[in-house]
Design a protein around this ligand. Structure first.
Ligand code: F6P
Length: 467
């Protein structure tokens, strides 16, 4: 797989890379390119500028691609042993660090930091070391390395030891836990995570709130930030891409199909998420049920279009959550549905074109996470919306810092308040809805992915080095 042979000037490191492979029945490899802010951000410079993306093998197809030496220019996949990756990704990153930063643990059952946790932590260290070594091997003298997310918190410190000449940044795409919650981690682990991050010259966060929480953790568990600088970069939606992609033929087809499912003349409440505990899909359905209960006038007149795409299905807690989402959607349909009206239209197969179709049709978007680093759905809907869309938005989403003024704010735990916000959103006049949507779209696109990426790169290369 592509290696720069020590010549890369700009390196990105993340668990999930921009491309993944599947082995077809005839043995050939099919490449699937991913989307998202980092992919479009990095395309602002691209491989011709000496950029290299280091990521992990995530599937048998990826492993086969590495074995056959196929791959994309500018991407190097690390063939980390499957059991090490499973411990690091499922065990530590997604079951511990994700839960800490999103404050998802529920006592009395969790968390338990036992011998199994320590064993998995050793894999997390090995996983981070594999990245640090690959980056040290690929980076040109004085190169810029931009490490992403909670999977790779130890990389900056490890890489700093291997290559003191590099400029190193780390960016967190998640919230950061407040110190009282972060304190749940065993002391030595909490310190190791912070020391790993503080190996960077510069740390990036999506909002000031998460940056402040990180700083507070450093004050409590380390000797402050030392010489590491902190920056806030609120990733925005990619307006050009979204506007043109949402006009393509496959999106038009999905619109026609969705219209059939919704039925003539009905209002639409849309949500699009990975089936992720922090997204709070179950309470969203409970709020919708409350709306139908409290406001019978909406029965037959509204449909909740809920897309809950599969995520992290290796973890039992995610599988159980997915099952609960399905069960509750069915329960609502059985309880309130009539021969001509299905109150909840739930889709669980990932389909980006269908998501865009729903964005275009939405009268109301429901974005109610318990905690979320940013939440790009809240930013994408106003950009794509056809006739204006009222946004019901959790105060705990990072996006609320930028969009709060024109959204209907909810406490994500309060389903009665959320039901009332849904009612208010559904009854908002068309002019007000259109005006708010316009302002939301402007705020949502203030920092498009390419600028978001270049802004960080500039600050890393031209700001003072931490050492
Ligand atoms: O934004 C946080 C994040 O964990 C990303 O790092 C990740 O790519 C995305 O959510 C989806 O999660 P996963 O890679 O586990 O499917």
């Amino acid at each position: 797989m592509a290696s720069s042979n020590g010549a890369a000037q700009v390196l990105v490191a993340s668990n999930r890379g921009p491309v993944s492979y599947a082995v077809e029945d005839d043995g050939s490899l099919r490449a699937k390119r991913g989307g998202g802010g980092l992919v479009s951000g990095l395309s602002a410079i691209g491989p011709d500028a000496g950029a290299l993306w280091v990521c992990s093998v995530l599937s048998d197809g990826d492993r086969e691609a590495v074995r056959r030496g196929v791959g994309e220019d500018g991407v190097r996949m690390l063939d980390v042993p499957a059991d090490v990756h499973a411990d690091a990704y499922n065990g530590i990153a997604n079951s511990v660090l994700w839960f800490v930063h999103h404050m998802l643990y529920q006592t009395p059952l969790e968390p338990v930091f036992d011998a199994e946790f320590r064993r998995q932590w050793a894999s997390y260290e090995a996983y981070n070391r594999a990245f640090a070594e690959a980056l040290a091997e690929e980076a040109a003298r004085g190169a810029a390395v931009l490490v992403q997310d909670y999977h790779l918190t130890l990389v900056p410190g490890m890489l700093r030891e291997l290559r003191p000449d590099l400029r190193i940044a780390h960016f967190s795409h998640t919230p950061w836990a407040p110190p009282e919650y972060f304190a749940m981690l065993p002391d030595d682990i909490a310190r190791q995570v912070l020391r790993g991050m503080l190996g960077a010259d510069r740390l990036g966060f999506l909002t000031q709130r998460w940056a402040d929480a990180f700083t507070a953790c450093c004050e409590r568990f380390a000797d402050g930030l030392g010489r590491t600088r902190i920056g806030v970069h609120g990733l925005g939606a990619d307006a050009d891409f979204l506007r043109s992609r949402s006009r393509e033929a496959d999106v038009e087809e999905r619109i026609a199909a969705l219209r059939e499912e919704i039925g003539e003349g009905r209002r639409t409440i849309v949500r699009v998420d990975r089936t992720e505990l922090s997204k709070n899909i179950v309470r969203g359905l409970l709020a919708y049920r409350q709306l139908l209960d409290e406001r019978p006038e909406w029965r037959e007149r509204v449909v909740h279009v809920a897309f809950a795409y599969p995520s992290r299905q290796d973890l039992a807690v995610y599988r159980d959550y997915t099952a609960e989402v399905r069960r509750l959607a069915e329960e609502i349909n059985e309880r309130y549905g009539t021969p001509g009206w299905r109150p909840v239209v739930l889709h669980v197969r990932d389909d980006f074109a269908r998501s865009l179709a729903a964005y275009r049709l939405a009268d109301v978007a429901l974005v109610n996470p318990i905690r979320d680093g940013m939440n790009l759905v809240a930013k994408e809907v106003p950009v794509v919306s056809e006739a204006g869309c009222a946004l019901v938005l959790s105060r705990e989403a990072g996006a609320h810092e930028e969009l709060g003024e024109d959204a209907l704010t909810v406490n994500p735990y309060d389903v009665v308040e959320t039901a009332r916000a849904l009612h208010e959103a559904l009854t908002m006049g068309p002019d007000e809805r259109a005006e708010r949507t316009e302002r939301l779209a402007a705020a949502a696109t203030a920092l498009p992915p390419a600028r978001w990426f270049l802004e960080q790169l500039e600050a890393l290369l031209h700001g003072p080095a931490s050492r």
